[in-house]
Each structure stands twice: as structure tokens, then as C-alpha cells.
Ligand binder design. Structure first.
Ligand code: AMP
Length: 115
């Protein structure tokens, strides 16, 4: 399926939806999830319009690594050196916004397996 530029994260990147960025660089931005599932719930998204992890290619390896490193760094900066990183890859895995994003969750006990 092709990337739909009307998705909410594309609109955040275009600044059509005012959102405070906790981090931004040339490759990605991070911001608080609007419906937090833990005391810390941050999303890290690439600027590049990738629909999901499943659409990433080997050429995206550095970008994907950058997203993970940024996710860990943002969590650490916000006082959570230990955090859970989640990528819902596809609707069956719980993805609802079709612009790749890493969830960063911390600040409460996180159980396994997830629901
Ligand atoms: P997923 O289900 O993995 O696609 O996650 C999408 C996430 O985006 C959910 O946790 C939503 O709460 C979050 N979300 C949706 N709209 C916004 C928004 N405007 N700002 C921040 N987070 C949002």
C-alpha cells in the first residue's frame, strides 16, 4: 500500500497540528503521545514518509538505528534510562497511524507478554 500523506503524523511533521517536539533533528522528531499508556509515552518518528517498518528497505538501516538510539536518548533525558520501545508493524499488530513510529514507554511496571 502507498503512503497516505493525510495521516496525523505527516500533519504533525508539516506543522498543521501544533505539537511540541521533545527532540528534532534532520532525520526524526519526538513528541508526547496524545493518549499516554504510561507516565512516559513518547513517539519517535522519521521525517521520511515510511508507512510502516514493513516498508523499510536495507537502505533505511541507518535511519532505523537512529530512531532507536534517539528513542533511548529521549527516554534517558526525561529521567527514564530503562524504557520499553515498541513498533506496531501493521494493523494486525496494532498499528493505527500509518507513518512509522517507535513508542517509548516508561514510568510504570511493564508486563510481558503485552496485550
Ligand atoms: P499505533 O497504534 O502504534 O499506530 O500508535 C499510534 C499512536 O499515535 C497512538 O498511541 C495514539 O495515541 C497516537 N496519536 C494519535 N494522534 C496523535 C497526536 N495528534 N499526537 C500525538 N500522538 C497521537
Amino acid at each position: 500500500m502507498s503512503y497516505d500523506p493525510s495521516n496525523v503524523f505527516a500533519r504533525i511533521l508539516r506543522r498543521e497540528i501544533p505539537t511540541r517536539f521533545l527532540h528534532e533533528d534532520e532525520h526524526c522528531v519526538a513528541f508526547h503521545d496524545v493518549a499516554p499508556q504510561a507516565p512516559l509515552h513518547v513517539l519517535v518518528i522519521p521525517r521520511r514518509p515510511l508507512r510502516s517498518l514493513g516498508d523499510a528497505a536495507p537502505a533505511d538501516a541507518a535511519l532505523l538505528g537512529h530512531l532507536l538510539l534517539t528513542a533511548a536518548a529521549v527516554a534517558r533525558q526525561l529521567g527514564h534510562p530503562e524504557a520499553r520501545l515498541v513498533i506496531n508493524n501493521g494493523a494486525a499488530a496494532g498499528q493505527t497511524v500509518f507513518h512509522l513510529h517507535v513508542h517509548v514507554l516508561a514510568g510504570r511496571a511493564l508486563h510481558w507478554p503485552p496485550g
